[in-house]
Design a protein around this ligand. Structure first.
Ligand code: SAH
Length: 327
């Protein structure tokens, strides 16, 4: 707006309009003069995400598919919890990390999302959802690796948390990584978001088998980055641990995990494996999962079993896969 010869507060006004749910026509910008509205409309700046599909699970979870300008499709999941809802957002079309158990990895990497395509998922969901279902929390646990699209992630966080933007609280936003160590350290310096780490194994031998990223940054380097991550007193690092039958679910693995995380303010999220076509792993038995959790509890950890939501619409962890690529 300054480049167009206007005072800078006009830019703040415009920013506020652009991120207001339901804003789809510059004529709605009533604090702008008619000629200014026309000028903005002619410059064609509105780029809302195009909704390709909305699916509703029997447990209330909703999955939104968005068609991007180059026809790639990405997904966002809205998860109802007891007293609020959580939005699970994507940062890339596809993913390059290649985790063996993950369905998104099968798509391969298509491209990074731009900042407006990331923050736009929250705006789009709000526009398609009743206000009482609007999300309070955001987790970057959808498609893609957030720390492999670092600069767009940071810009999107700015939009999401600005009080003229979507006004989310940084404390209610969590970024999950499979362990891109250098960017973990940057993230800790650049923002106050919560960190979640997809650990899934306590030793290199096991982790190498299921997560190729571990050959680049091993368990020791990853855990050191967690120890160096600045967590405020009220926060902890979330460690995600996907339980795979006969791969990483023994009592011995649980003990090693407990030892590995000693001294880190940690919360352990145990995730039952969600099946997807063509993924060659099995879900751990209930007894094995229970035993694993008990070992960690006995070592004084907070270890919760994540209830899988939205499995009937393939909206659960690791199940996102853009099947509706436009023809
Ligand atoms: N790339 C980031 C963000 C994705 S988060 C990361 O890896 O952390 C999605 C979570 O679901 C990750 O913890 C991932 O390891 C887990 N996941 C992947 N496939 C899964 C499956 N089939 N069942 C359960 N969880 C899975």
């Amino acid at each position: 707006m300054v480049e167009r010869g206007m005072p800078s507060f006009r830019g703040r006004q415009l920013f506020k309009w652009l991120w207001r749910p339901g804003f789809n026509d510059f004529e709605q910008a009533t604090d702008f003069s008619k000629p200014l509205r026309r000028e903005l409309a002619n410059s064609g700046a509105l780029l809302p995400l195009e909704s390709a599909a909305v699916q509703v699970s029997s447990d209330g979870t909703r999955k939104f598919a968005w068609r991007l300008k180059d026809n790639d499709v990405v997904e966002t999941v809205l998860i109802p919890e007891k007293d609020h809802t959580t939005l699970c957002m994507s940062v890339q079309a596809g993913c390059a990390m290649g985790c063996r158990f993950c369905h998104t990895a099968r798509m391969g990497f298509r491209r990074n999302l731009e900042p407006h395509e990331i923050a736009g998922q929250a705006l789009g969901v709000m526009e398609l959802t009743d206000r009482d279902m609007w999300p309070r929390n955001i987790v970057f646990m959808g498609m893609g690796e957030p720390l492999a699209n670092y600069s767009s992630l940071i810009s999107a966080l700015d939009i999401l948390t600005d009080d003229l933007g979507l006004n989310f609280s940084l404390r209610r936003i969590t970024v999950s990584t499979c362990g891109v160590v250098p960017e973990m350290l940057r993230l800790g310096r650049d923002t106050d978001v919560g960190l979640a780490v997809s650990l899934h194994a306590p030793d290199d031998e096991t982790r190498n088998r299921i997560m190729p990223v571990n050959r680049r940054w091993n368990v020791q380097e990853l855990i050191q980055a967690c120890r160096d991550y600045p967590v405020s007193k009220r926060r902890r690092i979330t460690f995600e641990y996907l339980l795979l039958k006969d791969i990483n679910d023994s009592v011995e693995h649980a003990r090693r995990l407990g030892k590995l995380l000693r001294g880190i303010p940690a919360k352990i999220n145990l995730i039952p494996f969600n099946e997807s076509p063509g993924i060659p792993f099995d879900r751990s038995s209930d007894e094995a999962m229970e035993r694993f959790q008990q070992v960690l509890k006995a070592m004084n950890y907070t270890a919760v079993m994540r209830k899988s939501k939205g499995r009937d619409i393939s909206a659960a962890c690791g199940q996102l896969y853009a099947e509706c690529k436009a023809g």
